[in-house]
Write a protein that binds this ligand. Sequence first.
Ligand SMILES: [Zn+2]
Length: 266
Amino acid sequence: MRPRPWRTVALAVLAVVAVLAVGGAATGLWTELSTGEQARFQGLTEVVPWDEAITVPSFAPRPTPTPTFDLAQHSTSDPTSPWVIVNKQRPIAEGYEPPDLVDVSGAFVRTAVQADLAAMVGAAQAAGAQLVVGSGYRSYAEQASARGAIEARRGFAHAERYSARPGFSEHQTGLAVDIESGSDPGCSFQTCFARTVEGVWLAEHAGEFGFVVRYTEQNTGVTGYAPEGWHLRWVGRELTAHLREKGIGSLEEAFGVPGGPAYPDG
Ligand SMILES: [Zn+2]
């Protein structure tokens, strides 16, 4: 084949030109860009207008989870426990006597109750409500006689609604007190107690001192008792705060234990 050196030369030149053209074009384009435009390609975030930028997630602090209130920290069946639940389904042993009864204004309560009871009476006094501490601890025998007296006077059905059978009374725990009205003594232990200065004050403030009004209009179904605005049960301020915060109306509901108007044996 006849050699065609001009073609080889031409091809080589073309190759060189092509390489230069492509590279030159590229480098030419780049160098023609202003510094700002170069920056634009190098780091888009620097030139994206703020209002077009990706929505910045808000880093609002997560709400601190409320520590779960530990309802298991005290027993509900041990009679010495501050949270023992005694109702018509949950008797208390006939022979149980609280180990540490003290006298507060003529009523016996356990030592754990003493300070809160005194503080409550004092605070009520300052607010114009005269709480008269009626009765506290009642032994099994005393409950039997109190219940017998009510039954004799008002009949069995009435007694069932207002008075525990012996062995089923919170008063045997030493953690319950009955408060009488100083402003209207005639309403003591009566439905009208709830409307006395003392009854109204207790409904609002007993919880601040660790007491619950144990039997209310709202919880009659679960407690099995007619409302008694005067019967307070001490459980401690931690638990009453929890009940208030959660809007829980009875100890039975708080702990999920059975209650109601019927005794196990009918
Ligand atoms: Zn009572």
